[in-house]
Structure formats: C-alpha cells, structure tokens
Design a protein around this ligand. Structure first.
Ligand SMILES: Nc1ncnc2c1ncn2[C@@H]1O[C@H](COP(=O)(O)OP(=O)(O)OP(=O)(O)O)[C@@H](O)[C@H]1O
Ligand SMILES: [Mg+2]
Length: 365
C-alpha cells in the first residue's frame, strides 16, 4: 500500500514493535529474532484507553492519546523505550476491494479506480489516500487483471502519524488492520483456499475475505463484544461486570437457566452471522472472477476477544454449514524451533492477532 509509505521513516532500524490502537485498548508486541531463525517475544503489553479518546477509530483527543502512549508499559511494568513502530489504521475507516479490469484498459486504471472509489466511499477523492496493486494471476491466460484497491481517509492517516511522531516514535510502517490480521492468520498465503476472517473485538467486527494470496474484500460493522455485554445486562438484569463474567464463563451454552443468556445474546450474534452469510453469498455470486481460487469460501476463521465465546465455533458451523476455526496468531512464530510462548492466557492470545501481524512485519517477516 504505497499511499502509506510516504509517512514511513526510511532508515535502517532494529526490530520495530507492532502497535494496535483500538477504541478502548492499545496493545503492543516486540519480537526478536532468535538463534534458531525463529522469533521470540521480547516485550508485550496492553493498556486501557478511556472512553471518548478514540471513537470508531477516530482520534478525538490526540493529546490524551499521546500521554497514554508516552507512559506505555509492558506486562512487567517497564516503560517502553523503543521508538521504532509498525502501527495499524482502524478497519472501520478503510476500503479494500479487488476489482476486475479488462487487459486492454490498463492505461485507464486510474480513472476506473477513481470511479470505483467515488461510487463506494462517501468522501471526495481529494480527501482520500488510495493505491492499487495489479495482482499476480493465480491462473494465466486471463483476459483481464485483478486489481487490489485500497483507500483511507487522509485526515485519519494524518492524525495517527501526528500523534505517533509527536511522541517521538519512528514509523517504520503503517498498515490497514486487515493487512496485519491476514499476515498473522493466514498460514498458507499462496494457497488457493478462500476464507473469511471474522475479527470480533469489543467495539466492532471486521470481516476479511482472503484468497489467492491477497485480500479480496473487507467490511466492518459497529457491533462487537460490548453489544453482547449490554444485551446480557438488560436481558438478565445484571451489572456490567456480571454480564462480562457470564459471557466469558457460560457463553452460548443454552443449558444455562433455560437459555435466557443464550436468548439475550442471539440478536447480536445474528447481526454478525447475517454479515457472514451476505459475504458468503457475495463471494459465490462473483466466483466466476476468482480464477483458480476456490469458487466458495471454505472456512471461517475467528479472531478477536469475543471469538473466545464458549460454543461460538459450533454454533456458526451448524448454522452456516462451514468449517469454523479459531485463529492461531502465534503459529508463524512458534512453528520455528525453540520459540517461547508469550506468558498470555489462551483467551488473551486471540486478542493479539492484529498486534502479532504488525510485530511480524516489524521484525522483517
Ligand atoms: N474469554 C472470553 N470470552 C468471551 N469474550 C471475551 C473473553 N475475553 C475477552 N473477551 C471480550 O473480548 C473483547 C475484547 O477483544 P479485543 O481485545 O480483540 O478487542 P479490541 O481490539 O480492544 O476492540 P476493537 O477491535 O473492537 O476496537 C471484549 O468484548 C471482551 O469482553
Ligand atoms: Mg481489535
């Protein structure tokens, strides 16, 4: 994504840490190459962000975010001293889409892409950074090119860059959250399998269709863990803390209190499921374009904190008749011999998917 490269400080750098800023949390991981050619976790940490500082990915209070980042500490309470960083931009605001372009028209690619963006993003072209990449065809003999188009609002990129630079960070790379997630989650990037990654975070759920070595489409909805929490509070008349505990410990287990908890969570779950269905259909309907890649999405890969919900995989696989798996974001690190696992709870590992993807890039993966 070249439009993001203009911000990057092109100097040689030690492994940079990955920094994932969400609305209510920021997380970082720094990897170090080990003697065996793999990576170890050098440092990692997480901090809470109070409500209102970052809203739907927009930095509303830059000075306060800066102050938090200045005092970022790792899991042992040590202040983060390294300055080199790979950071992500919020998925809510990004545009990612593969479009088809007749071969003869490659010289017109600019105007086709502008047309596509104007029809899909409610912002003037002058307010966007955008970029495109002609994808390597999975099958040759195509009469057209597949072109990956990415775009992001200028003002937002600028605001992330400003806060990070103001705090003395050196930006080694800036990328879309979906890019980082794909890097961490896709175990065989060159494969022909088409998958959908569903990242269920506290405030939003991101959907990434990936196949043939590239992202094909992404979308994000403003529904996430907080909606489960609120529905449980209302439905069962409990406090926020109790609601979270019920969600984490009982989840989608229908046997609990005659299914009242399950019933409370169903509306939120349905919104997420309906979006997956829509994407499965959309992909199938446009499969004639996916030369060589699976004509159907074969697997659903879950990530984000609410992917921990007890019974979620089973529920989705029965309802959608697809294989559903939970992502293993540390696989690319741990595949290597003698790599050490981070001292994280199993349920926390999946919350670090984006951060792992960023850290992998920072370590030169
Ligand atoms: N064991 C668990 N079972 C169910 N949900 C869990 C569990 N552990 C954490 N969560 C939920 O995960 C969510 C946080 O996940 P994550 O860290 O991926 O979100 P985030 O990246 O901060 O948010 P976003 O990306 O939406 O801005 C919260 O809703 C939390 O309640
Ligand atoms: Mg997240």
């Amino acid at each position: 994504m070249k439009f993001l490269e203009r911000w990057v400080d092109t100097i040689t750098h030690p492994p940079a840490f990955g920094l994932d800023i969400s609305d209510r949390t920021a997380k970082f991981i720094q990897l170090a190459k080990n003697k065996n050619g793999g990576f170890d976790i050098a440092q990692f940490g997480e901090m809470e962000i109070s409500e209102g500082i970052v809203v739907s990915g927009e930095i509303k209070k830059p000075a306060e975010l800066g102050k938090l980042l200045r005092d970022f500490r790792d899991a042992d309470g040590k202040r983060v001293r390294d300055r080199f960083v790979v950071a992500s931009l919020p998925e809510e605001k990004s545009f990612v889409r593969v479009i088809q372009l007749p071969k003869v028209k490659l010289q017109e690619v600019d105007s086709v892409i502008k047309w596509e963006l104007e029809g899909n993003i409610p912002l003037a072209l002058s307010e966007l950074y955008f970029d495109y990449e002609v994808l390597d065809p999975v099958a040759n003999h195509l009469d057209h090119y597949d072109v990956l188009v990415t775009a992001f609002p200028k003002s937002l990129v600028d605001s992330y860059v400003a806060v990070l630079k103001h705090e003395g960070f050196v930006l080694v790379a800036l990328e879309l959250e979906s890019q980082a997630i794909s890097r961490a989650v896709i175990e065989d990037p060159g494969g022909k399998e088409a998958v959908i990654i569903v990242d269920i975070g506290a405030t939003h759920t991101g959907f990434i269709i990936f196949g043939g070595g590239s992202m094909i489409f992404t979308v994000s909805i403003e529904v996430g863990g907080k909606d489960f929490d609120e529905a449980i509070m209302k439905g069962l008349g409990v406090s926020q803390e109790e609601a979270r505990n019920l969600k984490k410990n009982i989840g989608l287990d229908r046997r609990f209190k005659n299914g009242v908890l399950f019933e409370a969570m169903v509306p939120t779950l349905s919104v997420i499921m309906d979006e997956i269905k829509k994407q499965l259909w959309f992909y199938r309907d446009h499969a004639e374009h996916r030369h060589g890649i699976d004509p159907e999405i074969r697997r659903i890969i879950l990530s984000g904190g609410d992917a921990n919900l007890v019974g979620l995989e089973k529920h989705l696989s029965l309802a959608l008749k697809k294989e559903v798996v939970v992502a293993r974001p540390f696989v690319k690190i741990l595949n290597k011999e003698h790599a050490t696992l981070p001292p994280l709870k199993k349920s926390d590992i999946i919350r670090y998917t984006t951060t792992v993807g960023l850290a992998l890039r920072g370590a030169g993966y």
